[in-house]
Design a protein around this ligand. Structure first.
Ligand code: AMP
Length: 254
């Protein structure tokens, strides 16, 4: 049976209207509701389903971030993950933490914990990078199946359906492998109150990137973060003829 590692990131909740800091160095995070990255909830759910189908034996969740990252790890434990690892990265070090750093951390833990399957979300909704699965697989030299919408167990491999432009691609991949979860893979369960209570007793280990020998020094510098341009107000025209003449006047049509 396979051992599974799942990456869970704490991000600003998807329903929050994000505000840019006045000095344009980033976005306001203080006092803002955070949650588990939605694609990571899907990754956790899939890991649990693999365990329920007796394909997986143990599930480990990892989150790299400030102390509050432990909140999303507790949620993962309450959903059904067996143990959690908090990789403590806070303050300025966290602000410049890039998918490459996270990938090195995940790869190291995957080796230390002797896992066979790494499942991450297809992207974190805060930075929209969509890089971690691909780089983790690259660093480990493992097979990768990204944007996954279905996982089936074969003899010695997994058959994964991937969401590609305009269709679905089905690939067979040998273990060990890295998978990234797309939206349609499953519908994540909610953590029930008894399971939230039980999760408090499950193991949560705290380590640092240094413990893993991973250098988190910044490789990119954020020059500026800006709001998207505000849209100009539209005008209402009385009929199609007026619309066509306006479009001609503005040069949009001839
Ligand atoms: P990204 O490449 O940043 O869009 O992230 C893709 C996926 O990698 C996320 O959905 C998570 O599963 C995982 N990931 C990214 N950042 C972190 C983090 N700080 N801690 C744990 N997992 C992460």
């Amino acid at each position: 049976m396979a051992r599974v590692l799942v990456g869970v990131k704490r991000v600003i909740d998807y329903a929050v209207k994000v505000r840019v800091k006045p000095d344009k160095t980033g976005v306001v995070t203080e006092g803002v509701k955070h949650s588990m990255n939605p694609f990571d909830e899907i990754a956790v759910e899939e890991a649990i389903r693999l365990k329920e189908k007796k394909i997986a034996s143990e599930i480990i969740a990892v989150s790299c971030g400030p102390p509050q990252a432990q909140e999303v790890l507790r949620t993962a434990l309450a959903m059904g993950v067996d143990k959690a690892i908090h990789v403590d990265v806070a303050g300025p070090e966290y602000e410049t933490l890039q998918p490459l750093h996270v990938s090195k951390i995940l790869a190291k833990i995957a080796q230390n914990e002797k896992v066979d399957i790494v499942i991450v979300g297809k992207q974190a909704i805060d930075d929209d990078c969509n890089q971690t699965a691909q780089m983790t697989a690259g660093i480990l030299g493992w097979a990768q199946a990204t944007f996954c919408s279905k996982i089936e167990k074969g003899d010695q491999e997994l058959t994964v359906t991937r969401e590609v432009d305009g269709g679905l691609e089905t690939v067979k991949c040998k273990l060990p492998t890295v998978i990234s979860a797309d939206l349609r893979l499953n519908e994540p369960r909610y953590a029930t109150l008894p399971n939230i209570m039980k999760a408090k007793k499950k193991p949560l280990q705290k380590i640092t990137p240094k413990d893993l020998g991973v250098d988190t020094s910044p490789r990119v510098q954020i020059l500026s973060v800006e709001d998207p341009p505000t849209r100009q107000a539209g005008t209402i025209v009385p009929d199609v003829d007026t619309l066509i003449s306006r479009l001609k006047e503005s040069g949009h049509i001839q």
